[in-house]
Unconditional design. Structure first.
Lengths: 103, 240
């Protein structure tokens, strides 16, 4: 059986929206059934940095010298100046410069 | 009854100033979010979406990576199994949000369930990560989480419109480094999250596992696999 037209589009969107909402609430819901422990707490404490590194490293690996330069300079700027926006602008300028130079 | 010991009376606040602070803290993300949303708007136009369909997609799903995967698989005619397949791929791409929702539980304890289940629909990497940085610095106001999610949601939906009509907002976003805005911003968030050698071990584990999974499988499972590896190392470490 196949479906087409706007009805099909909205059906697919609804399926995606439901799937996404379930991923958003499932962890929160599940945690009401799992007793907290120091070990679990440490695992979740490690999550933000882990998500960031998991997102970043493949980008750096595949992105060539311009991406590496941008990420390294943003990291260095953040270490020194401790301001997100300054780090972002420094990284962007590095990316623009590296790409303008053909890297 | 909750297993966490906090009572409703000292549940974390949700204030108007927290909402505004959350919205304001997201501003470095705006260019990247707008570009990504408009690029998907342009892609949706190519796939024959009406503007309303695009806005419903952006508004109801609000998860760019999964939207871009679904749009790249888009068909004119759907079988029910193809619909189920897109839903499954969407869940896999967004699985990391399940971990984020679980990690948020202690920060939301004592809130009424309808409030929490409503604002979790705005949960995304950016508001979660920014809120965790704020919480790590001692902040408790859940308005920051909600305000950041809401501000980015509004921008996400609206920025689809120029993309839909004009093509992507900027013809060659790479030239301006705009494809790197989110990774660069994430570096800025990661630096204050590093507090010592235990964080180094977590970050190395996540980075190694994510890269290995990315090279082995391609696609998007590397984020959730890297996150799980980092959590495992975080759980195993001693109480140092």
């Amino acid at each position: 059986m196949t479906i087409e037209g706007p009805g099909a589009t909205y059906l697919v969107i609804a399926a995606m929206a439901l799937a996404t909402y379930v991923t958003r609430i499932a962890g929160y819901w599940l945690m009401s059934h799992i007793p907290p422990s120091p070990r679990l707490r440490r695992a979740f404490d490690a999550l933000p940095a882990s998500i960031i590194l998991s997102t970043l490293v493949p980008v750096a690996w595949h992105g060539g010298p311009a991406a590496l330069a941008a990420l390294a300079i943003a990291g260095a700027a953040m270490l020194v100046i401790r301001h997100e926006a300054v780090a972002l602008i420094a990284g962007l300028l590095a990316a623009i410069a590296a790409r303008a130079a053909g890297l | 009854m909750s297993r966490y010991s906090r009572t409703r009376a000292d549940a974390p606040p949700v204030t108007r100033s927290g909402l505004l602070l959350g919205a304001r803290l997201t501003w470095p993300m705006w260019p990247g979010v707008a570009i990504f949303s408009s690029a998907l708007g342009a892609l949706a136009a190519q796939k024959g979406f009406s503007l309303t369909e695009l806005l419903v997609l952006h508004g109801a799903v609000y998860a760019g990576l999964s939207e871009s995967v679904a749009l790249s698989l888009w068909q004119d005619r759907w079988t029910l199994s193809a619909v189920a397949g897109v839903a499954l791929v969407t869940m896999i791409v967004n699985m990391r949000m399940t971990l984020m929702g679980a990690a948020l539980r202690p920060h939301l304890e004592g809130h009424p369930a309808p409030l929490t289940y409503a604002h979790l629909s705005l949960l995304t990497d950016a508001n979660y990560l920014r809120f965790m940085l704020y919480a790590g610095q001692g902040g408790r106001d859940v308005g920051v989480l909600i305000g950041a999610g809401l501000a980015l949601w509004i921008l996400w939906v609206l920025a689809g419109i120029p993309g839909y009509y004009l093509g992507a907002l900027i013809a060659d976003p790479k030239r301006y480094g705009l494809d790197l805005v989110v990774p660069i911003y994430f570096v800025g968030l990661a630096v204050p999250m590093w507090r010592g050698s235990r964080d180094t071990r977590v970050m190395l584990a996540a980075a190694t596992a994510a890269l290995a999974a990315n090279l082995a499988f391609g696609g998007y499972v590397h984020i959730v696999l890297g996150a799980l590896a980092g959590m495992l190392v975080g759980a195993l470490r001693g109480d140092d």
